[in-house]
Design a protein around this ligand. Structure first.
Ligand code: SAH
Length: 395
């Protein structure tokens, strides 16, 4: 028996019994013992039945994140097993064979709440987003280097969500060697230059891999406008697919500079890829006024909604850019449109895109539904893990 136990209110055991890994503060009846932030605690029903073991996070609304739903020790071996399972799954899909960068650990959906680990060539980039992850991150880094032939583990926990857990941002070398200024990766035959130290998140949006491959199939001879391009992920894919010309728009000049370097890595000529540093909302209006037209438009904006209150504003944002994108498309042109806001349900997103098409005066149709890459699985008991959704629409 562990030193600390969290007793749930009567009737509030349903979620945990359904293997949802979060216990909200409102469900907690009683805290026995004096657990510290990150400590392992038992989760029990009012009647004393053990439901699982999780990490205590007193400052968060989510007071416990469950590591396991059985009675087992949470120790080095536990993390070793979970990492091995995560790696086996990716190997089964032959992801490491085809990609030198991929997500190795996808938090709750790989049974490790609060941990994200991405592979970039010979380095691993880790995020510890919760009190429990913070407690175990050094052990996780050690076990990772035992299981995985990497040269170092670099931390990128410099994210705001840690505040909710009472944690400061944290970034830097955890174990092994420092990564170089740039890591060149291969994704399904496409070459990208990644800055894991200064880039967004862990350095690269790996979740869009499969969708970049879809775009590649449709790009032959086409002109592509890639909005919210970051380091040009979709544009490089389009050029591999034989696109005639691509244009990236992003508000980050360092990201666009990496796009230029990545294009060169693939042997593309500078004139095949134009970079525009600016605000997509403003530039799409300018292009509309100039009556510019494209065969393909990609819209991959950052998260517009962090909470339910922001959903309405987010919906207006999606409507605005999708409407403008439909206007800029040639008849028969393709729109790759995404939302990475977990709170935006697929059905609502589809409705917004449908409204945008009507307001742009066209009858679009969905050719394909898109979502996060297979190394970003979603545990059935944890639907919150599904956040990236997209539509391939034809004008
Ligand atoms: N499609 C990219 C990932 C996009 S992430 C890929 O496949 O790698 C979202 C990007 O939007 C970030 O690079 C961010 O810098 C950019 N961004 C955010 N707000 C913006 C705005 N208003 N105008 C232009 N770019 C913006």
């Amino acid at each position: 028996m562990l030193a600390a136990q969290i007793e749930l209110k009567k009737g509030r055991d349903k979620n945990v019994r359904a293997h949802h890994p979060w216990v909200f503060s409102g469900a907690v009846q009683n805290v026995k013992g004096k657990p510290l932030s990150g400590d392992s605690v038992e989760v029990r029903t009012a009647a004393g039945e053990l439901l699982g073991i999780g990490a205590w996070s007193p400052e968060s609304q989510i007071q416990v994140r469950l590591w396991t739903f059985i009675d087992e020790p949470i120790d080095r071996d536990f993390f070793q097993q979970r990492i091995q399972q995560a790696l086996d799954y990716r190997r089964q899909l032959a992801i490491p064979e085809r990609n030198s960068a991929y997500r190795l650990i996808n938090a709750e959906s790989d049974g490790l709440p609060g941990f994200v680990v991405d592979v970039f060539g010979e380095w691993l980039v880790l995020q510890a987003l919760t009190a429990g992850a913070e407690r175990w991150k050094h052990i996780l880094a050690q076990v990772l280097l035992e299981v995985f032939p990497a040269r170092g583990v670099y931390e990128r926990s410099d994210v705001d969500v840690r505040k909710k857990e009472g944690l400061e941002p944290s970034a830097g070398l955890l174990l092994g060697e420092l990564p170089p200024a740039h890591i060149d990766i291969v994704e399904e035959g496409r070459h990208y230059r990644v800055d894991v130290v200064n880039g967004h998140k862990t350095g690269f949006y790996l979740d869009q891999r499969d969708n970049r491959s879809v775009l590649q199939q449709y790009a032959q001879g086409k002109t592509v406008l890639n909005c919210f391009s970051y380091t040009g992920g979709f544009s490089i894919a389009a050029l591999h697919g034989g696109a005639a010309h691509t244009c990236n728009i992003d508000s980050s000049q360092p990201a666009l500079d990496l796009a230029t370097q990545s294009a060169a890595l693939n042997g593309f000529q500078p004139q095949q890829m134009e970079n525009v540093c600016g605000d997509v909302f403003k530039l799409l209006r300018e292009y509309r006024n100039e009556e510019r037209q494209f065969d393909i438009v990609v819209l991959d904006p950052p998260k517009f909604a962090d909470n339910r209150k922001q959903l309405e504003k987010a919906a207006r944002g999606y409507k605005d850019i999708n409407l403008l994108a439909f206007r800029l498309l040639k008849p028969g042109g393709l729109l790759f449109t995404f939302s990475c806001s977990g709170l935006m349900e697929s059905s609502l997103f589809q409705k917004i895109v449908a409204d945008a098409a009507i307001d742009a005066g066209c009858d679009g149709r969905i050719l394909r539904k898109l979502d996060q890459a297979t190394d970003h699985p979603t545990r059935l008991a944890f639907p919150e893990g599904y956040y990236l959704k997209g539509l391939l629409c034809q004008k």
